[in-house]
Write a protein that binds this ligand. Sequence first.
Ligand code: FAD
Ligand code: DLZ
Ligand code: SF4
Length: 518
Amino acid sequence: DRTLRLILGDQLNRRVSSLTDLDTDADVVLLVEVRDEATYVRHHKQKIAFLFAAMRHFAEELREEGAEVDYVRLTDEGNTGSFTGEVERALARHAVSRVVVTEPGEWRVWQMMQEWRDNLPVPVEIRPDNRFLCPREDFAKWAEGRHHLRMETFYRGMRKRTGLLMEKGEPLGGRWNFDAENRKKLPRGHRLPDRIGFQPDSVTREAITLVEQEFADHFGDLTAFQWPVTRGDALASLRHFIEECLPTFGDYQDAMKGDEPFLYHALISPALNAGLLTAEEVCRAAERAHREGAVPLHCAEGFIRQILGWREYVRGLYWARMPEYRETNALDAGRPLPWFYWSGETELRCIRQVVDQTRAHAYAHHIQRLMVTGNFALIAGLDPAQVEEWYLIVFADAYEWVELPNVHGMVLWADGGVMGSKPYAASGAYIDRMSDYCRDCFYDVKVKNGPKACPFNYLYWNFLIENEDRLADNQRMAMPYRTLGKMDEKRRKEIQADAARFLASLTTDHKGDQAAKP
Ligand code: FAD
Ligand code: DLZ
Ligand code: SF4
């Protein structure tokens, strides 16, 4: 029996469920570069180049193992540009008795696959995605009947389930969470570790050239491309992180520093999300380093929580709540995305840093995403759909299953509290505490009102005023609303006037026109 095994661009792992019973003498493995996937949102150039390069390398590795690989390139004649079209064409090329595929990361593609079951001439087997530690059904069972889905509860269950950082049923060190120790600002003059970049080989260079030609008008630069695109390089990058960065990772997890995009972060998310690494092996490697005495517990725990906790949690939540999840807008936010999210041309130094480094590297770390571009979007009342599209476009690690809960839920609170008990709104003081951005800024973070005031300051209070009806009853918002309550009418008016003036000055340039977007 000959089977056609379709591998999607983010399933590049030899142990993925669709390949477990691969018969190299009989089967055909299909990988397809399709225009629809690169343009359903206009992804950052580095994201497309990364995936094409990784797909091409993975195909080579399968061939070396003796498998027959049918690899469709973007510019091959007859390429229909879609998964459905390419599976249909492949079925015409190969006499097979069935199609086997692993369930996709995104709802959009899941919908496509449901139609294949009805429309293709052979049976289609869709297998569970074994790249995650928590199966979709298990999360759905846990989420059933709950409105609030709290990460911490889920995470403790996952620690027990996997035994990671556990001893005799108890958390190692007697505590589940060492977050309080992970909040230091980077001291002046602190020397950061050198990071290894991976120089593109000829296969990767070809993918980069293709993207330069075919997607020239997409956001992003390709010059600094240095992502690992093979399993071997991804493992090397993991090893480098665990040895050089993880021992200090926890301490500076939330820190930000001018012109230092990477700090102690792992830089593994593109590889992890594309299948070049698995969540399980990454967590086990961090645990091992702790047990061997090379990494303090709060660093190992802080890191493992991101993957075993947050990453598994957002993925479970996405599948448990889609497709309705995307549609809510609990704070009725609707302001269009300012142009500076693309151009970086703004006096807000913190935003400029994040946008410029994102253009150069398709990367920003968690606190930059959450507390700079995210917090601004929240307190400026930006339209959730436009903000979500931006996040899905600009990062090399972005897929809807991980982007949507983080943006819609965690950042914008558009889900009305499914994910977080309160919005993460903050004034400029937070950015000043965790970074050195403010000292090079046109605005003054200490000033609350007027043309020199840091816009985060009055936008924060303006956000509380505008959402008083929706948020004032929230227990966790009691403190700021008490402070707001003590402000006199004159002060409130001043805040609202500054916010109105600033928000009116934001230009959107492309006026919602998709084609004009970089
Ligand atoms: P590290 O800081 O070193 O963390 C290690 C790993 O933990 C990451 O590689 C990632 O796999 C995981 N992780 C950490 N936080 C999260 C989280 N909140 N959700 C899921 N996984 C997490 N991550 C993505 O992979 N894709 C996205 O599209 C994405 N969008 C985000 C949008 C917003 C608004 C926010 C606040 C976070 C988003 N994240 C996303 C999570 C996080 O910012 C990135 O995973 C991280 O910055 C990747 O860099 P790193 O590998 O250096 O991570
Ligand atoms: C993101 C992406 C891009 C840009 N291109 C392709 C592609 O040409 N072929 C492919 O198989 N996958 C691609 N992907 C990843 C898919 O979008 C991803 O597999 C689905 O969104 C499901 O998560
Ligand atoms: Fe950002 Fe305000 Fe600091 Fe400027 S002063 S960097 S706008 S937080």
